[in-house]
Ligand binder design. Structure first.
Ligand code: HAM
Length: 426
């Protein structure tokens, strides 16, 4: 075995203790928030037909053109690992009569993009995403942004900024593209090589190029609303006014475009200073997607969980804090007692007591150390003498206080104390 064979594929990570404690905490808080907004969970496959993404995200989008893990399976079918969640959700919705307008869905799970890995940019990463189905409505858009801010706060994040813009309605698209193309036409040589191509194929994408030379040029262009019908700017103003009423601070970002073709009307990004170059914590917007012969509209967002973890780490949040220790730890005081201890352990678990044990035959002292390390409130010490009396020695690990407790009352004794602990505000 080569020495690096234990590593996962480049750009992908194992998520194990202690980090996984924080992941679990984020997921459970997200589920709690989604329940408050009446959003149902959906779990779509990690693999979809490739053309779903080609059509929904747009063949000129970087995510499709450069970053998709696309392959043919053994039957020659063209498939792809999902680079994002919205297209698959819309495929699902297209196949379910009655799952349209008014439905709200959320997903938590891995996505795949063949990008160059760096901090906050992985090839397998995880999104918490939400889709509200329904026709364009500033109220739904504002609620969706407010939900996202609610969730980020629930996760303990501060110091993020919400930047909002519009892509206009479907019928504005051609006018905006033509307007940008015409404005850039005489100055193509000032653009980076990628943007020279984009200026022809998808001129909107020039607006969010990260190259300084393109940024300087873009600064001189009028805001995109200049090429749209007046309705688009009014729609955006309605969303911003609602956010203001909700106390959600959001700034106008006239050059924000978002990288996927399905967006219409409101688009937004939430950035966080702690993230450096990859500062987008989350992105979203209103969209129209053609899936399975239907056009489905909605508004939604996805938050990158790896980036949330980076921002929390920078704020000093340590994952160890979210570890959930067992209530009790079984300790065998004598050799060969495990077969008698196991039924006691299983009985406690059946009654709802979280218990650990160590069967590796270590000394009493080593087992007590393991009990302490586990963070359990109690050690349940079982020896020959205890078994004869049908009892256990219950040792409270915080102060070493001990008591003999009949086996039948053991779970009650542990639970009382643990509940007292749990109920304590400190
Ligand atoms: P997106 O902006 O492509 O939007 O991705 C959303 C978030 O996923 C980003 O803001 C970022 O936090 C995270 N992310 C993206 N790529 C990576 C990566 N390579 N490594 C780590 N994190 C990453 C979408 O995916 C849309 N489907 C969002 C949406 C839902 N719009 C409407 N509904």
């Amino acid at each position: 075995m080569r020495s690096t064979d234990w590593l996962p594929v480049q750009g992908m990570s194992d998520i194990a203790a202690p980090e996984v404690f924080l992941w679990q905490e984020l997921e459970s808080r997200a589920r709690r928030i989604f329940r408050l907004y009446e959003i149902e969970e959906i779990r779509t496959p990690l693999i979809e037909r490739r053309d779903l993404f080609d059509r929904a995200l747009g063949e000129s989008a970087d995510v499709v053109r450069k970053e998709m893990y696309a392959f043919a399976d053994r039957g020659g079918r063209q498939l792809a690992l999902r680079p994002e969640g919205t297209a698959g959700v819309m495929r699902h919705v297209a196949g379910r009569a009655g799952r349209g307008a008014g439905h709200r869905l959320f997903y938590l799970g891995p996505m795949f993009r063949a990008e160059r890995p760096q901090a906050g940019r992985r090839r397998q990463f995880h999104q918490a995403g939400v889709e509200f189905l329904g026709p364009p409505d500033p109220v739904a858009d504002a609620e969706c942004i407010a939900l996202q801010v609610h969730l980020l706060r629930e996760w303990g994040l501060e110091g993020f900024t919400v930047r909002v813009n519009t892509r206009g309605a479907r019928e504005d698209h051609a006018a905006v593209s033509d307007g940008i193309r015409a404005a850039l036409g005489p100055r193509l040589d000032d653009l980076c090589p990628d943007c020279r191509v984009r200026a022809g194929s998808n001129p909107l994408r020039v607006l969010d190029c990260k190259q300084p030379r393109c940024g300087d040029l873009v600064e001189t262009l009028p805001p995109v609303t200049a090429w749209m019908k007046p309705g688009a700017a009014e729609y955006l103003e309605d969303v911003l006014a609602l956010l203001d009423r909700l106390g959600v601070s959001a700034t106008r970002a006239p050059r924000l475009v978002r990288g996927l073709d399905y967006y219409r009307q409101t688009i937004w990004e939430i950035a966080h200073d702690a993230l450096g170059a990859q500062d987008a914590l989350s992105g979203g917007g209103r969209y129209e997607i053609d899936a399975a012969g239907q056009t489905i509209g909605g508004v939604g967002f996805a938050i990158g969980l790896e980036r949330v973890l980076l921002a929390l780490g920078a704020a000093g949040v340590r994952p160890e804090r979210f570890r959930r220790p067992p209530d009790a730890w079984i300790v065998c005081a004598g050799e060969g007692l495990a077969p008698q201890a196991l039924p006691v352990l299983q009985d406690l678990r059946a009654k709802g007591v979280a218990c650990g044990a160590d069967w590796t035959g270590r000394s009493l002292k080593a087992q007590m150390r393991a009990a302490g390390r586990s963070g359990a409130a109690y050690a349940v010490v079982l020896g020959e003498e205890e078994f004869r009396r049908g009892a256990a020695r219950l040792k409270r690990l915080s102060d070493g206080a001990q008591a003999d407790v009949p086996l039948a009352e053991l779970h009650q004794a542990v639970m009382n104390e643990c509940n007292a602990f749990r109920g304590h505000p400190g």
